[in-house]
Each structure stands twice: as structure tokens, then as C-alpha cells.
Write a protein that binds this ligand. Sequence first.
Ligand code: MEV
Length: 315
Amino acid sequence: MSMSGSLAAGAAPGKVILFGEHSVVYGQPAIAAALGHGLGATVESCDDGPWLRIPRWGSEGLEVRPSVDGKGDAMCSAFALALRMTDLSLDAGVRVTVDGQLPLGVGLGSSAAFAVALLRGLADQQGQQLSHQRLSEGAEAIERIFHGNPSGLDHTVVITGQCLHFNRGETPRFREVQLGAELPIVIAWTPRAGTTREAVAQLKARRDQCPVEYDELFGAMGRLADAGAAALEAGDLQRIGTLFDLNHGYLNACGVSSPANEKMVHLARSAGALGAKLTGAGRGGASIALAPDDPNRVVEVLREAGFDALFTTVR
Ligand code: MEV
């Protein structure tokens, strides 16, 4: 393969759901913020493209071609869609590498960040700048390939880079939540059992058995998300921590927690965090802890227990 030397790039942050995962699928509000960690896509010209490489995907890394007919695995279909959305043909001479510091596949918005970074990188290659609407349509379509019927929260936060209050509905509604104080957040993660799509389907099956009870629970989770938005705006860390704990209890009642999530939140609280919860789809994956006093101690305790962990500030 020879390179012509031209280089284009796109980037996107990950996201963290602070309140309201899963209940958001049932029309309740959720709050999510962009992370300092993200993914980048670099696009080079090549003779035998198109290629997509994700060096950190799985243990071996991943290298795929776009699927020509919509067949093939999700990544091949997503790549084909991104090429089409940016007016590139399925034999375009491009080689895309997606990489970054965001942990992949643990509920921190890596699929949305992948979609947005890929679309931005390919658009840059074409000398285009995608409008918010076009980017949103493309990212949503790619998220659908990976997750079935996503709420739209992830890719909207990833595109705007803001903290957002989100209501799904016929027309999704977003408003920016202006944080009254920076949030010192420790994130710990572990591999997930299954996909977001499966976690959402599993909760739907539970809800179908007990619709009245679960709809009441989702309503309580929605009120908690609104209370969380107000506490975030007031910068009331103590209250945000308590609301994290409450939200985690509700998610446990939804059946989406796991022994690993329970261990992470327990360890973080014992190490001095003001509150902790799982974030994203659950069944493993990431948990977050609000740790203003000694975040490094919380990271250390989580790492000693064998989890990956990092300290970040959400602004
Ligand atoms: C996944 O990050 C969040 C869920 O609420 C699904 C969604 O919002 O699409 C579990």
C-alpha cells in the first residue's frame, strides 16, 4: 500500500451519564456530560482503500473493509454508512485509524465517539464541515447499527461536548445544564457482560412482566434526574453524591447492576467518595464516584481491587 501523504482528522469526547440511564429509554429525563477523554480518527489516502483500523479494539486490534451490501458485522456496516454520509464511495482510497484514551465498550460513549470522530475525519478528508443536524443523523444511524434503538443521548452529548438535560420523545429535547461547580469524578471499569442492546432488552422483558411497578420506578428515576440537574446547577456536591447513591439503588432494582458494579461503588464509597453509581448500560462496564476529598485514594483502592480506574473532572 502506498500513501499519498494527505492527512485529515476528526475527534470526539466520550460521555458519562450522571443520572437517568435506562429510565431515559422510557421517556424520563437523563443528564449526561462530555468527558475529557475521547477518540480521534486520522484519515490517510491510500491506493487500496477503504480500510478502517481500530488498534485497541479487542486484544488483536481490528481492521475492516466496509460492507458493500449492508451485510457483514456492525463495524463494516457502520464504516460503509459513514463513507456514504460523507459522499465517499465504497472503493474510496482512504485508510482511517480510530484511536484514543477512551476505554472502549464500557458505557462511556465509545460507540458515539467512534461515530462522530469517524464522520468528522471523513468529512475533513472531503473538505466538508458537517452541520450539527447532518452529524447527528449520521451518528444516530451508526448508533442504531450498534445498539438497536438508542435514546440519542450519547451522540448528542458527544457532538455538543456539553452537560445536557435530555428528554426523549417524538422530538427529543435538550437543554444545557450549567454546572455550579466542577465535578471531581473517579471512573472505574471492567469488561461488560453483553451489549447495551441486550441490557435494554433484558430490562424491557422485566418491565413487560411488571409494567405498573416498573413505570412507577422509571417515574421516580426521572424525578431524581431532575433533582440531579438542580443539584448540579447549584454545585451542591453533597446532594449530588446522595442522588448518585439513590440512582444506583434504582438501577440495581432494574436488574442492570452486577457484582462488579456493586463492588466498585462499595469500594469507592468506603474510600471516601460522596456517592457512587454505575453509569451507562450496566452489567459490568463503568461506575462513577464523586470524590472531591481524596480522589487519588479512591483510584488507588479501585486499582488494588483489580479494576481499571482514572480520575477526571467534568466541567
Ligand atoms: C447507554 O449508554 C444508556 C442507555 O440508557 C441506553 C440509551 O440511552 O440508549 C442504557
